[in-house]
Design a protein around this ligand. Structure first.
Ligand code: XIL
Length: 300
C-alpha cells in the first residue's frame, strides 16, 4: 500500500497521529491527515483542563470537532487522557479530602467516557503515574498523595463500567528499556492487575526518543508486556532528528510483536511537534515526506 494507514491495516494494525483541533482547517495539514492516518489522538483537547475546567462543568467542544472529523473520514480515535497530574486544573490539584477527590475523579472519568461512549477505540485511563529514576514507584501527584496507591485501580474499574467497549490503557514514557526500574514498576502493576482481575487491556509506550532511537531491548519489552495478556501500542512516537534507521527499528519492534496493535506519531509536520526544535516527525514543515517516512512505510 502507498500510505501509512493502509499499509498498517494489511497486518491488522493502525497508524495514527496526534491532532490539534485548531489545525483541522489548514488544508496542507488535513490533506496529509486524511491520506495517511487511520487513528487520531487529540493532542490536548481531551485533557482535564479542557474537558472539566471547573467542577461539574464540561467542555467537549474542541474534542468533539476532532471526533466529528474522524467519523467523517473513517478514522478511529484514541482517548487521551482521563487521569494525569499535568494539564490538570487547579481546582482538582487543590483537593485534600480523599472522599471528595475520589468522587471528583470517578465523576470525571464517567462523564467524559459517557460523552464519547462507543466512539473511542482505546482510552489512556491513567497517564504517567510512575516516577522517573530508580524507585519503580508511583510519582507524587494529588491522586497519589490523597488517594494512595489504589487510585490507578479505582480509575480503571470506573472506566470499565463507564464504557465496556473501549480498550483501557495505562500510558507512560521511558518505559521502553526493559531493565529500567520505571519499566519494571509498570510491568509489576500490570501483572498484578491481570492476576487480580483489575480491568486493563493495553499499555501505551509513548516512545519519545532521542536521536539514537529506541533502546535495544524495546522489542523484548513489548513482547514481555504482551505476554501478560495486554495489547501494546506505540502512542506518542517522535525521534529527535528522525533518523531513518531509528524510525525503521521502532516500527520493526512493533511489527515483530503480534499484540502490538498500532503506532501513533505525536504530530504530522515537524512544525506541528511539541519538540519542533528536534525535527522529530515524518513530514517537514512544508508537508513533504522526509526520508524517515519511507523507512516507516517499508517497515510496516
Ligand atoms: C503535550 C502536547 O503535545 C503539547 O501541545 C502540550 O503543550 C503539552 O503536552 N506526554 C503526553 C502528552 O502524554 O499529552 C504530551 O503532549 C507530551 C508528553
Amino acid at each position: 500500500a502507498s500510505t501509512l494507514g493502509a499499509q498498517a491495516a494489511q497486518s491488522g494494525r493502525y497508524f495514527g497521529t496526534a491532532v490539534a483541533a485548531g489545525k483541522l482547517g489548514n488544508s496542507t495539514y488535513s490533506t496529509i491527515l486524511d491520506r495517511e492516518f487511520n487513528m487520531i489522538t487529540p493532542e490536548n483537547e481531551m485533557k482535564w483542563d479542557t474537558t472539566e475546567p471547573s467542577r461539574g462543568s464540561f467542555n467537549f467542544g474542541p474534542a468533539d470537532q476532532i471526533v466529528s472529523h474522524a467519523q467523517a473520514h473513517g478514522q478511529r480515535m484514541r482517548g487521551h487522557t482521563l487521569v494525569w497530574y499535568q494539564q490538570l486544573p487547579g481546582w482538582v490539584s487543590g483537593i485534600g479530602d480523599a472522599n471528595t477527590l475520589r468522587s471528583v475523579m470517578d465523576n470525571h472519568i464517567t462523564s467524559v467516557m459517557n460523552h464519547y461512549k462507543g466512539k473511542i477505540y482505546a482510552w489512556d485511563v491513567v497517564n504517567e503515574a510512575f516516577a522517573d529514576g530508580g524507585s519503580g514507584q508511583h510519582r507524587s501527584s494529588v491522586f497519589q498523595n490523597v488517594l494512595g496507591n489504589g487510585f490507578i485501580e479505582e480509575a480503571f474499574r470506573t472506566a470499565r463500567s463507564a464504557d465496556p467497549s473501549a480498550k483501557l490503557c495505562y500510558n507512560d514514557y521511558n518505559i521502553e528499556n526493559w531493565s529500567d526500574a520505571k519499566t519494571q514498576g509498570v510491568y509489576t502493576m500490570v501483572r498484578d492487575f491481570k492476576s487480580r482481575g483489575v480491568p486493563i487491556d493495553c499499555v501505551g509506550f509513548q516512545s519519545h526518543f532521542g536521536s539514537n532511537g529506541p533502546p535495544a531491548s524495546f522489542q523484548t519489552t513489548l513482547s514481555n508486556f504482551a505476554a501478560l495478556g495486554v495489547d501494546v501500542q506505540l502512542t506518542e512516537l517522535d525521534i529527535a532528528q528522525a533518523g531513518s534507521t531509528q524510525y525503521g527499528n521502532t516500527v520493526k519492534a512493533c511489527m515483530n510483536v503480534s499484540r502490538c496493535a498500532g503506532i501513533t506519531v505525536w504530530g504530522i509536520r515537524d512544525s506541528d511537534s511539541w519538540r519542533s526544535g528536534d525535527n522529530p516527525l515524518l513530514f517537514d514543515g512544508n508537508g513533504n515526506k522526509k526520508a524517515a517516512y519511507s523507512a516507516v512505510l517499508s517497515a510496516l
